[in-house]
Design a protein around this ligand. Structure first.
Ligand code: IPE
Ligand code: IPE
Ligand code: MG
Length: 248
């Protein structure tokens, strides 16, 4: 079950880049320092703060962060509850600063399996930040791109002449979300792990050895510089600055 539609993004934000980040390596970062994995996840929250603050100045209008996948329920119960505790803490403590910085929050993924009170805290945080116009921050929690596509297909069944745009809105849970321009994955892993499979169809990919807790504004600048050096052709023969119309 995906979350309800949020209102359509402003054109100003849609014109800016959509970057997705697979925030990986918290555990390894911590264990290499003789710390518990939980300390790595805590440091990961600090990295989220840094990157959310840095993103608008780097031409990013939409930022989708992969925080917890549906497959992450496979981890030991203690680690899962520590991660849920951090999510609760983030929602309780971050909203004021998100509002102050013009960040509009939207959490994607399932909400019905989260521990008590978190779904309500998400709805409150989304309502409180709904007017944000500087950055659209999407956090993926209990998220699976394949489930998002499957759920959209189920919702679409029975609709005559469905369009790609409508299907996109159902997959992303947003009206008119911009396709993902760039997906960054930290920690040296080179896979998508079920992240943004539909909206990332033409995303450029950037893999870095940096662990998520040490990722900073300079690393984001480097990822974007590499992105701007790429030639995006969308199936054509020359560089295009915008994706082709879905009906093309
Ligand atoms: C990413 O770091 C955070 C989540 C998946 C929740 P990991 O916890 O996957 O860190 P590694 O990959 O074990 O180092
Ligand atoms: C992907 O990282 C999910 C998040 C970053 C939230 P994982 O660490 O769970 O992915 P795999 O298991 O290495 O593919
Ligand atoms: Mg990992």
């Amino acid at each position: 079950m995906q979350s309800n539609f949020s209102t359509r993004l402003s054109e100003r934000l849609r014109e800016k880049l959509h970057v997705g980040i697979i925030m990986d390596g918290n555990g390894r970062w911590a264990t290499r320092r003789g710390l518990s994995r939980l300390r790595g996840h805590e440091a990961g929250v600090e990295a989220i703060r840094r990157i959310v603050e840095a993103a608008p100045d780097q031409g990013i209008g939409t930022l989708t962060l992969y925080a917890f996948s549906t497959d992450n329920w496979r981890r030991p119960r203690t680690e899962v509850s520590a991660l849920m505790g951090l999510l609760r803490f983030y929602l309780a403590n971050e909203v004021q600063s998100l509002v102050r910085n013009g960040v509009r929050l939207h959490v994607i993924g399932r909400r019905d399996r989260l521990p008590d009170g978190i779904a309500d805290a998400i709805s409150r945080a989304e309502a409180a930040t709904a007017a944000g116009e500087t950055l659209h921050l999407r956090i993926a929690v209990d998220y699976s791109a394949r489930d998002a596509i499957l759920n959209a297909a189920v919702k679409l069944a029975g609709i005559a002449a469905p369009s790609r745009e409508l299907f996109s809105d159902l997959v992303t849970g947003e009206r008119g979300l911009r396709d993902v321009d760039l997906i960054i994955r930290t920690s040296g892993e080179k896979r998508l792990s079920d992240f943004l499979l539909w909206e990332g169809a033409y995303a450029e990919l950037h893999f870095t050895e940096r662990m998520w807790p040490e990722f900073d504004a300079a690393d984001l600048t480097e990822a974007l510089a590499s992105f701007h050096r790429r030639e995006r052709r969308f199936g054509g023969l020359q560089a295009l600055s915008l994706e082709p119309a879905p009906s093309l």
